[in-house]
Design a protein around this ligand. Sequence first.
Ligand SMILES: Cc1cc2nc3c(=O)[nH]c(=O)nc-3n(C[C@H](O)[C@H](O)[C@H](O)COP(=O)(O)OP(=O)(O)OC[C@H]3O[C@@H](n4cnc5c(N)ncnc54)[C@H](O)[C@@H]3O)c2cc1C
Length: 339
Amino acid sequence: MRESLTERANLLRNAPDLVRLVPFHIPIYRSTRRRPWQIRAGLSLYALLGNLGREARFRSVPRAQWQDLDGLDTRDLQAVFRYHDAQTDDAQLVRAVASSAELLGARIESPARLIRARRVEQGWSVEYGNEQRSMSLVARTLVNAGGPWVQLVRERIDPKPPGLEIDLIGGTHLELEGRLERGIYYSESRRDGRALFFMPWKQRILVGTTEIAWRGDPRLVRPLPEEIEYLSEAFERQFPSRKARVLEAWAGLRVLPHAAKSAFHRSRETQLCVDSAEAPRMVAIYGGKLTTYRSTAERVIALLTPGLPPAARKADTATLAMTRSPLDEREARSLSAGN
Ligand SMILES: Cc1cc2nc3c(=O)[nH]c(=O)nc-3n(C[C@H](O)[C@H](O)[C@H](O)COP(=O)(O)OP(=O)(O)OC[C@H]3O[C@@H](n4cnc5c(N)ncnc54)[C@H](O)[C@@H]3O)c2cc1C
């Protein structure tokens, strides 16, 4: 959590166009599993880990203001806590990181797929390609950042490197018609007590998420009808005067350590797996969060640096400013011109 909060602070400082603080609300009902004192204790710890910055403060929303919370269900409501956390557009953030890397000299080949990597004396002989052409290169080191495809990418590396046992857990989000004006709501599902988010998202409302074990091809993950029904019902219970009009539904896969216990209680920490403990030439990234992408990259580079020739540092990503990619900047400008 401390790592996530440090990275959140870096992002808020370095990429204010892309990451912003938003008010979060936690409503506590008579039936909510965690009691107000537990939430208060949890938020105090969160504030302490966040170094008690402005964004770390939280407070209890007075009862007189509950009617002003986007139509939140107030029956059996005992308390509402408000704190601040960060929100981003994940696609925009990833594009900004890629264009920042290009500005510093990285060459990005996208779309492209690793076909095969074979260990050779200089490092790795890599074959890759896209629909149009196949290409090859020799690389000193290799990073498997295949996300849900991490095991499939591993199969393409010769000799096959050690790996971790994982589960792929699907999560569906719904985009609903309407707006939430007061920020994000972080609540428990009344059906099974799972944590759910209801948030403003591009002139719509985003509701998520579910957790369903996935065993097939990662590309085929999709929202199931029962997930859409579960999230729609949760929204209508949380905001009883509103109807869930689903405009879009989409699903992604989390990479979690293999275990019998529920997905919600499993570690979200990133695990790194190397081909050789003494002299790593390949690192595979398992699991983790978008928030900690930079610190993960730092750990990966620290593992691979001994096998690389000395190089002058071009930038420090902990302080490097990042703006929207040229593509997103053009879109943002045309949207504001339209307004
Ligand atoms: C439902 C859900 C909710 C989440 N919520 C949060 C959240 O609130 N906060 C947070 O911080 N994180 C969240 N995450 C986690 C976050 O999305 C992931 O940690 C992050 O996307 C992982 O990034 P990645 O680059 O490792 O993998 P990905 O983003 O999945 O990228 C893997 C890439 O590998 C590519 N690939 C596959 N095969 C090949 C091949 N043969 N050759 C080359 N490339 C290949 C794929 O095309 C893909 O682009 C959530 C995840 C899910 C599923």
